[in-house]
Design a protein around this ligand. Structure first.
Ligand code: COI
Length: 407
């Protein structure tokens, strides 16, 4: 079928209120809920690269599956959605994204369950966040429900095509990375008029290899990740990650794994850790900084809060000053501390370096609650534990696959 014949063209609906994501409902298994979109046109690879992949040494995000989703925004409309071989992009050096950073991305995972099904974890949340990121970066985007359906359809097709790329080892998964970039060649500082939307997939191992030891953090009190008010912090966009690189490198040079970010206004309140949301357990209470525009609204953050509520453990979403954290560390009251994010899921913190002192978190990582959350979340993701919140979209894989597929 010629691409023009797909009939799928998305136009930018300016009248819609894009900020309210509360209407989002979890989506049940795909086999129970057919997608309203017909299959996207596919150009398959002529030669798979799968045999080159060492599934025992996946690392994170350096291997890309055979196919990707692609769509363009031109002449005021999103058009030509299709699946094609993963390939280099031909970009003029003058494209706006390269100069002014008009780009957004997101990330979610699909897991191979022992029952032969793939489970895509809460992709509708990532679609909603991508939608909001587009709005903040002035990228025209289709209505959020259409974007969600399109991303789920594209993900489903990518997984069906590249199912053999989905690892089967515990802790491994298929990371799905949507990306939108401004492709208009212009040096004028304004929103571009053309864009490319890609969804690529990557078989990944654990993001951190030292889960049992936990990660060490250095409190960053000079640089900031994002402005406190009115900045880009809640958007998943390149600038936030670019801002994190120098402090990240300085932390590693000083022997720490990650940065503990403070607010951009006073350098007083804790915001995030590395590229994750942060949780503290102090004197039996769980505390996490509130979403307020500078913090990324993490899907795993939301899932962890939901599980904690299920277990009758109240979570305080409130500002927490670094002084309160240090006081709790000194008093031995900081029982557990962990990061929550798509890549690492739940990541225990072992120690914090702040102003020439290094403080150890009371419980040996991972703490009891940290481990319970990790086990529950990964159990749901791999289909070992009942998915009572309907977070997974289940997708039967075309054939039972094993690691032998990779060899
Ligand atoms: C996440 O874990 O949520 C991330 O965004 C990490 C990614 C930037 C590698």
């Amino acid at each position: 079928m010629a691409l023009e014949e797909t009939g799928i063209i998305y136009t930018f609906d300016k009248a819609r209120n894009y900020t309210d994501n509360t209407a989002f409902q979890p989506i049940a298994c795909l086999e129970n809920q057919p997608m309203p979109y017909s299959d996207l046109p596919v150009t398959p690879v002529t030669q798979s690269r799968l045999s080159q992949v060492d599934f025992d040494n996946l690392g994170f995000g350096s291997i890309f599956s055979d196919h990707m989703f692609s769509m363009v925004y031109e002449n005021g409309a999103w058009q030509n959605p299709q699946i094609m071989p993963y390939q280099a992009l031909a970009l003029e050096p003058g494209v706006a994204m390269l100069h002014y950073g008009q780009t957004v991305f997101d990330g979610y995972k699909a897991f191979r369950g022992e029952d032969g099904q793939a489970r895509i974890f809460r992709p509708e949340r990532n679609a909603a966040r991508l939608h909001d990121s587009c709005q903040r970066l002035c990228i025209p985007i289709m209505p959020v429900d259409e974007l969600t359906e399109l991303m789920i359809q594209a993900t489903r097709q990518l997984i069906e095509l590249d199912h053999a790329w989905m690892p089967s080892a515990w802790g491994h998964s298929l990371y799905i990375r949507p990306l939108i970039i401004a492709t208009e060649a212009t040096l004028e500082v304004r929103a571009a008029t053309s864009y490319r939307f890609i969804i690529m997939t990557s078989p990944v191992g654990s993001y951190f290899t030292n889960l049992q030891q936990g990660v060490s953090l250095r409190v960053e009190d000079r640089y900031t990740r994002a402005a406190s008010i009115g900045g880009l912090g809640a958007a998943k966009t390149a600038a936030n990650y670019a801002a994190s690189l120098l402090p990240g490198a300085q932390s590693r040079a000083q022997g720490f794994d990650q940065v503990l970010w403070l607010d951009g206004n006073e350098h007083r309140y804790v915001e995030e850790v590395g590229a994750m949301n942060i949780f503290f357990k102090i004197d039996g209470r769980v505390i996490t900084p509130p979403l307020g525009g500078s913090i990324l609204p993490g899907v795993v953050r939301d899932s962890a809060i939901t599980l904690l509520h299920d277990w009758g453990i109240p979570v305080e979403q409130r500002r927490i000053a670094i002084d309160e954290v240090v006081d709790a560390l000194q008093a031995g009251a900081l029982e557990e501390m962990f990061g929550a994010g798509t890549a690492a899921v739940i990541c225990p913190v072992s120690s914090i370096g702040y102003r020439d002192e290094v403080y150890r978190v009371a419980s040996a990582p991972p703490g009891k609650l940290t481990l319970r959350l990790y086990d529950e979340l990964t159990g749901i993701q791999y289909g070992r534990i009942e998915d009572s919140h309907d977070w997974n979209i289940c997708l039967p894989l075309p054939q039972p696959a094993t690691d032998d597929d990779a060899s």
